[in-house]
Design a binder for this molecule. Sequence first.
Ligand SMILES: Nc1nc2c(ncn2[C@@H]2O[C@H](COP(=O)(O)OP(=O)(O)OP(=O)(O)O)[C@@H](O)[C@H]2O)c(=O)[nH]1
Ligand SMILES: [Mg+2]
Length: 395
Amino acid sequence: MSPARLFSARLRTVFEDVGHWALSTRAGLKPSRRLPQQASPRLLSVGCADHAKRQELPGKKPLSEKKLKRYFVDCRRVLVCGGNGGAGASCFHSEPRKEFGGPDGGDGGNGGHVILRVSPPFRRLSQYQEDGRQVKLLGLPAVSQVPVGTLVKEGGRVVADLSRMGDEYIAALGGAGGKGNRFFLANDNRAPVTCTPGRPGQRRVLHLELKTVAHAGMVGFPNAGKSSLLRAISNARPAVASYPFTTLKPHVGIVHYEGHQQIAVADIPGIIRGAHQNRGLGSAFLRHIERCRFLLFVVDLSQPEPWTQVDDLKYELEMYEEGLSERPHAIIANKIDLPEARANLSQLRDHLGREVIALSALTGENLEQLLLHLKVLHDAYVEAELGKGRQPLRW
Ligand SMILES: Nc1nc2c(ncn2[C@@H]2O[C@H](COP(=O)(O)OP(=O)(O)OP(=O)(O)O)[C@@H](O)[C@H]2O)c(=O)[nH]1
Ligand SMILES: [Mg+2]
């Protein structure tokens, strides 16, 4: 994939795309878009029929998965280059009545550092002077915004864990500026012409990885209705189709609650039996599941013996990482609108011996129960984090 330029000025950071990550597809991160939603409480707004379909803006064609995935990245290999130090100047001061004013070449400015910072929207600050001409000029650092929970790795080793708002990491140091001829002025040399060039900036290849993908991760077989569900409860727009493996990359949607509380839910591509051995779309997506704080197992209730889906999913998670299937979770039985699904529900409940949230992403039936349960899981997570003295993840 062709490298994309992050900083167009002197500090170059070249991003080579390795993986994609859907960070809130139109999920209302802009306040202007979010406001109308917050005004009407979501808990009451989701029960309407055909909710997922109604969310489309009139006259707007839904984007295909192929187009959607372009925008999202969850891990990247980046080449970061600190700014080169500016060269010192060699010149002499001269003005009317002061013809030989002495050496006046300024020092070159130091090259700007490249800083990764967890902060609100990215603003480029990369501007610095290359040459010192009579005044000292210092390079400004280039600041690159990264999402909260970014791991910075170099050669497989974690060099920074940017887990809080405002955290910073100097990814590449700028080179020191050269000295102008004024610096070399001495008693025995009143007219030095020497000046030194600036040092080149540091260059490093770093891996940026999102440690946390979302609060909740939707885990399910292909076609279970995960993307439909995410569309129904959030503003995210993953592609939905009746063939398996429609979703090729994770998508994150934000569910808004009263009091400006937001819960991020990830739609993770479908996994199949043997996913831990790289079958289907491979084990890469198990990594994304691992990065969610709690899980929603989405089951297609219209399939015979739907409990086997839960068993298989848990088995795959356990094979990938011990204890992963025991992470706080809820079982979501989707497609309750279909007649065969209703018949399977009581059997599923009996087999699992626990609460099952039966709903329909298509008609919007019982979505409220999912939203309420999502909040319960989130509150338990927040409490557990605070109990451990850690700051819970905020979206
Ligand atoms: N009847 C009915 N159909 C549904 C429901 N939810 C999803 N579907 C249909 O099931 C099919 C698959 O839905 P998706 O949302 O793409 O499923 P997915 O789990 O995201 O599938 P992958 O992306 O392949 O993993 C689509 O044809 C949906 O219209 C539901 O509640 N009821
Ligand atoms: Mg999907």
